[in-house]
Design a protein around this ligand. Structure first.
Ligand code: HMG
Length: 428
């Protein structure tokens, strides 16, 4: 086949780039120069990044920003955020500043249980597999001892192993549903190693057991954290154009719409994930796992719904989030990526539980800022104000032009066409 390649993984980095440029970029030297431009001049650092994944040919930078003034459980935090989208860090900082003056955020981990499953097929009687399982159950724990020893010393390990029949959904399908406590580790490797050992012991009890796969679940409804803000309704006023009560009522209606309307809930939760993902990424955690688990949780009732909720009780406005987050502060990238280490240090080297609280707060803050804008000025005013520099960069505006245009747009609404018009006018 044209452009197919064999043994590519064995090529050196330079050979990989040369192959790519000649086969996919018509030997265009600027494509090669662009890839090389992002190499780090520090060879050791570059090698570290090359080895995070496979077939690495360059680095892909994302901004590393910080949002100050987060008062969380009475401690002030500066939150690191890795994200490319304009206005997210500004929105988080804005919400942090707002709540700093109103008692800050309260956050609490509700539970930390993680899940893994051995999926298998068995076509005999349920009573037969049940009795086999009960007989071999102690060995399932016993045979994982060499894997669980260190985790147990830290207070974690395998919590329980249950046999579950799924035959009503799929003929012959059963699972060993295993629950884990992984302390400060996200625990994926630990869980998968335990599961593979459990599966290998389990299948020795009958030739009729066909193990399909053994893998952790990224759905972690029992690894849950709650974050909350509250204040007197009248203290919500920041603008004379509305009262605290008016603000709270409209804000709560916006949340209620996201609770009942999936089209709105998805965007509402996307705004929450702006905050969640950026901290998850900055602290070297797996944002794909978090995303998958969070959205499954948001749909647990059978209808996709809001992750946040709001109410007024006895004159107090309350706004909260409950979100499943399987995070780690040891293992994986946390001890490898230099900026991840800095991010964790900035947060005071938190435990996994503390990081869960911080991430939930970032999600709640983000949602507060977005809803505050959406229900008052509209989102575009603030978002486009922050996006202005991106548009100016697209038109390769000089520093002098940027200064003049930023000044101009302090008094004028930012839209793409308004910026284009202003640049053309300035250049003419
Ligand atoms: P503003 O009131 O015009 O800001 O808000 P300001 O200039 O008066 O500054 C007030 C504070 O905001 C600052 O305090 C900062 O904390 C922060 P200070 O530092 O001056 O003491 N702030 C900034 N921080 C860093 N860099 C900046 C900056 N500017 C202000 N350049 C703001 C402007 C954008 C913050 C506000 O309009 C806002 O929060 N908007 C919401 C923006 C948002 O949600 N963006 C997310 C992307 S949109 C999206 O994808 C999600 C969405 O679809 C979700 C949904 O539908 O629910 C909206």
């Amino acid at each position: 086949m044209q452009n197919s390649v064999s043994g590519f993984s064995k090529f050196t980095k330079v050979e990989k780039i040369d192959w790519l440029i000649s086969n996919h970029f018509q030997d265009n030297p600027s494509a090669k120069a662009n890839l090389e431009r992002y190499w780090n001049s520090n060879a050791a650092l570059q090698k570290l990044h090359d080895e995070f994944t496979e077939n690495t040919i360059s680095n892909f930078y994302l901004p590393f920003g910080i949002a100050p003034n987060f008062l969380i459980n009475n401690k002030i935090k500066v939150i690191p955020m890795t994200i490319e989208e304009s206005s997210v860090v500004a929105a988080a900082s804005n919400a942090a500043k707002f709540w700093m003056q109103r008692g800050g955020f309260k956050a609490k981990v509700i539970s930390t249980t993680k899940v893994g499953q051995v999926h298998f097929m068995f076509h005999g009687e349920f009573s037969e597999i049940e009795s086999l399982f009960e007989t071999i159950r102690p060995q399932l724990f016993e045979h994982t001892k060499s894997i669980t020893k260190n985790m147990e010393a830290r207070g974690g390990g395998i919590l329980d192993i249950k046999l579950i029949s799924k035959t009503a959904q799929l003929k012959g399908y059963y699972q060993l549903h295993v629950t884990f406590e992984t302390m400060d580790a996200m625990g994926a490797n630990f869980i998968n190693s335990c599961l593979e050992q459990i599966a290998s012991t389990f299948k020795t009890c009958s030739k009729e057991i066909h193990v399909v796969m053994s893998i952790l679940s990224n759905y972690v409804p029992d690894c849950l954290v709650r974050a909350e803000v509250s204040c007197n309704v009248e203290d919500l006023v920041t603008d004379e154009s509305y009262s605290g009560r008016e603000f709270a009522d409209t804000f709560i209606q916006a949340v209620q719409i996201a609770e009942v309307e999936p089209f709105r809930a998805v965007t509402h939760n996307k705004g929450i994930m702006n905050g969640v993902d950026s901290v998850v990424l900055a602290t070297g955690n797996d944002f794909r796992a978090v995303e998958a688990g969070v959205h499954a949780y948001a749909a647990r009732s059978g209808s996709y719904s809001s992750l946040t909720h709001a109410s007024i009780e006895k004159g107090m406005f309350r706004f909260w989030i409950e979100i499943p987050l399987a995070l780690g502060t040891v293992g994986g990238l946390t001890g490898l990526h230099p900026l991840v280490k800095t991010a964790l240090e900035l947060l005071g080297n938190p435990s996994a539980k503390e990081l869960m609280e911080i991430v939930a707060v970032a999600g709640l803050a983000q949602n507060f800022a977005a809803l505050k804008s959406l229900t008052t000025t509209g989102i575009q005013q603030g978002h486009m104000k922050m996006h202005l520099l991106n548009i100016l960069n697209q038109f390769e505006a000089t520093d002098k032009e940027k200064l003049q245009l930023v000044e101009h747009f302090k008094k004028n609404t930012v839209t793409h066409s308004a910026v284009v018009e202003a640049i053309e006018k300035l250049r003419a």
